[in-house]
Design a protein around this ligand. Structure first.
Ligand SMILES: [Zn+2]
Length: 144
């Protein structure tokens, strides 16, 4: 196993890929949350599988990317909680990864602004909140 493996992608160094994986994970989490009521209504078994399939988040990259993002998210949480006392212990690749995740999150939040009424995430140009039906455009500086 000493031979070089030039075809192996170093996931931790592929920041563009990590960013895409993070975006897909955020989208997936949102879809999952939105489909939770449908899932609860669906009977166990095949129907449930079909609901899951329909709402399964798109994954365009190999599993390693999502594992890496999951790791970065937990790292981010540890940092946020102050559990890691010395951020200098972070590797350069971890720091880069954290920035990629952060950038993906800002993009996700731009694309899915939270409803000021109930906090549900909506599509960027939605006219009404999908959860509480509140009008979403009223405060966006329109005429009136
Ligand atoms: Zn709402």
């Amino acid at each position: 196993m000493a031979a070089a493996r030039p075809n192996v992608i170093r996931v931790s160094a592929d920041l563009a890929g990590l960013r895409v994986a993070a975006l897909e994970l955020f989208e997936g989490a949102m879809l999952e949350e939105q489909s939770a009521p449908a899932l609860r209504r669906a009977p166990l078994g095949e129907d449930r599988d079909r609901v899951l399939e329909r709402t399964a988040p798109a994954r365009s990259l190999s599993p390693g990317y999502y594992e890496r993002v999951a790791y970065l998210l937990s790292l981010e949480q540890e940092l946020g909680l102050g559990l890691m006392t010395r951020p200098s212990e972070l590797l350069a690749s971890e720091l880069d990864g954290l920035f990629a995740v952060k950038s993906a999150r800002s993009e996700f939040e731009r694309e899915h602004p939270a409803c000021p009424g109930c906090g549900a995430l909506n599509q960027k140009f939605a006219a009404t909140c999908r959860a509480c039906r509140r009008e979403l455009r009223e405060s966006s500086g329109g005429r009136r």
